[in-house]
Design a binder for this molecule. Structure first.
Ligand code: GDP
Length: 167
């Protein structure tokens, strides 16, 4: 991938949703830094013009005030969900809406990656929008993209979306 623009990407999602896998596919990069905030394990990748910061949400409530530090000033947010684990969508929705409600994402464009579509069964796009209550999200521009980070399905569409988000 050749990146022409400087891009700050923040990748968030529940543990095990596939963030690290997606990042390594996007970046083929090495983690360059672990931000030394107690209780917050943020992985930072760097590849050419692209900075990527990645962290798990959930189970870290007490550090929530730190998060806007990472999302503020970033260009795009990737929210990764495991589409093959419908039982986790409630928790994902809860955590996502906390971030949306406390202004941590604001007007930054957000791509919701419905990951693991190589697994059967997995939830479809309409059901995901419903379960994550995305139709109630007004301030943040969002889009849903079904992907498989593992099989590289639709990953080029993630890249297209990312590169289209110019400042
Ligand atoms: P993270 O905790 O969000 O960073 O998730 P990881 O990237 O570590 O992935 C968690 C597990 O899900 C690993 O075993 C991955 O191999 C697996 N995984 C990630 N993406 C996919 C996918 O698209 N399809 C399938 N079947 N498994 C995936």
């Amino acid at each position: 991938i050749f990146w022409t623009k400087k891009l700050d990407i923040v990748v968030i999602g529940l543990e095990n949703s596939g963030k690290t896998t997606l990042l390594s596919v996007l970046a083929h990069g090495e983690p360059v830094e672990t931000v030394p905030t107690i209780g917050l394990n943020v992985k930072v990748f760097k590849k050419g013009q692209v900075n990527m910061k990645c962290w798990d949400i959930g189970g870290q409530e007490q550090y929530r005030s730190e998060w806007s530090r990472y999302t503020k000033g970033c260009d795009v947010v990737l929210f990764v969900v495991d589409a093959a684990a419908p039982q986790k969508l409630g928790a994902a929705k809860k955590e996502l809406h906390k971030l949306l409600d406390d202004g941590s994402i604001g007007t930054t464009p957000m791509l919701v990656c419905a990951n693991k579509i190589d697994l059967t069964p997995h939830v479809g796009e309409a059901e995901l929008i419903d379960k994550l209550q995305l139709n109630y999200v007004m301030e943040t521009p969002w889009m849903v993209l079904p992907i498989s980070a593992l099989k590289c399905t639709n990953v080029e569409q993630v890249v297209e979306w990312l590169t289209a988000q110019g400042k």
